[in-house]
Design a protein around this ligand. Structure first.
Ligand SMILES: Cc1ncc(COP(=O)(O)O)c(C=O)c1O
Length: 381
């Protein structure tokens, strides 16, 4: 039996009767951009993320850009970020005129390592603040990514950031409805950004994103920046962007907001089944920190034999992914930062060893058994 990586059709079938009238409302209203469906979604998503404000935007990269541009940080500020993330995290920093400062990740959760962040701050503290020795930028922020759906250790990162006069931001593109230390993803630090790209745990029927925050000033500015820097029509306070969310995506996401918690419970059940099926094999399985709700956007296992395993299971019809196969500090786009192999060993190991297995709400025990049988056969041969 072939097993797909993701089954978007199953989710669509499940909500078809709920979502169709919502989309029809938009079509009948002929109000295709922002409007009441987007505003209603913003209210619901603020509740899910335990935030006072939610600003819906056109995609997750726009959310990152908008969030940082609205933060009050000066252009040229350094922002600590893991190299083990999707390129958009770093693009958002650069689009906002800031400087990425890579720090490595933990090898259990693959998220930004608070111990290394603290060590970086101690080593590079000056009377002007923490100065990145590579670029000379004064580091004013930490951008933690909730990779694979596991929230980073925001409690520790926030206290390190606070002690060093830095703001904490959260790239929560992969962690809708996750939770750590009693707080939902999207509620940590100064603000968080989300993506609703179709394959995300909460995916739109196209592109979408959001910023969540408790900070009124950040909310007001981000809301203005998403719509050309205007507060009142045709009066421009800032040079902004066209980052508005389409009304149809607001309608779709409003429906998906009703289901996200249950869908994530299904992902968590599927993760427990994988754990039972795969334990005992020479594979590093995902770990969940105490007091954490991991929402398994991706189920990532690690082995030095990753490429051979991936080819072997592909021959049996098992789809898989690699997130991500090349760390950002070694990409051509970021070569100007002057990094070399060996600079961030954990992220580099992740890039060589991670394999992401089929994972979606509704994946059946039979499909998971098929995946596990193929992996077991590989290690037996
Ligand atoms: C960690 C992370 N950050 C940011 C983004 C960017 O989101 P989008 O593709 O909606 O621009 C993604 C999406 O793939 C992501 O996984």
């Amino acid at each position: 039996m072939a097993v797909p990586f993701l089954d978007l059709k199953a989710i669509y079938n499940e909500i078809r009767t709920e979502v169709t009238p919502e989309i029809n409302d938009v079509l009948e209203s002929c109000g295709y951009v922002l409007g009441p469906k987007v505003a209603a979604f913003e209210e619901k998503f603020a509740l899910i993320t335990g935030s006072r404000y939610c600003i819906a935007v056109s995609n997750g990269t726009a959310a990152l850009h908008c969030m940082l541009s609205a933060s009050g940080l000066e252009p040229g500020s350094g922002v600590i970020v893991p190299p083990n993330t999707f390129t958009a995290t770093v693009e958002g920093i650069i689009l906002a005129g800031m400087v990425p400062v890579f720090v490595d990740t933990e090898d259990r959760t693959w998220n930004l390592d608070p111990v290394l962040v603290e060590a970086f701050c101690e080593k590079n503290r000056t009377p002007r603040g923490v100065v990145d020795p590579r670029t000379g930028a004064v580091v004013r922020a930490v951008m933690a990514v909730d990779l694979y759906g596991h929230p980073a250790d925001h409690t520790r990162l926030e206290s390190i950031a606070g002690a060093n006069r830095m703001m904490l931001f959260e790239d929560a593109a992969q962690s809708h409805d996750a939770n750590r230390d009693g707080s939902p993803a999207g509620s940590f630090g100064m603000a968080a950004s989300f993506s609703f790209y179709p394959g995300k745990n909460m995916g739109a029927f196209g592109e979408g994103g959001a910023v969540t925050t408790d900070d009124k000033e950040l909310n007001d500015k981000a809301r203005s920046l998403r719509d050309h820097g205007s507060r009142d029509k045709y009066y421009y306070e800032y040079i902004g962007h066209n980052y508005r969310m389409c009304a149809i995506q607001g309608a779709v996401l409003g429906v998906k907001a009703r289901h996200i918690h249950r869908w994530n419970d299904q992902r968590r059940e599927a993760a427990s089944r994988y754990e039972q099926l795969l334990k005992g094999l020479p594979l590093q399985l995902p770990e969940e920190a105490p007091s954490t709700r991991h929402v398994f956007h991706l189920y990532a296992v690690h082995t030095p034999r990753r490429d051979a395993l991936r080819d072997f299971i592909a021959l049996r019809g098992i789809a898989s992914g690699m997130h991500y196969p090349h760390p950002l500090h070694l990409q051509k786009a970021y070569a100007y930062l002057g990094h070399a192999p060996g600079d961030f060993p954990v992220s580099e190991r992740n890039s060589l060893e991670n394999l992401t297995l089929p994972m979606f709400p509704g994946i059946t025990p039979a499909q998971q058994l098929e995946v596990a049988d193929a992996i077991t056969a590989f290690f037996r041969e």
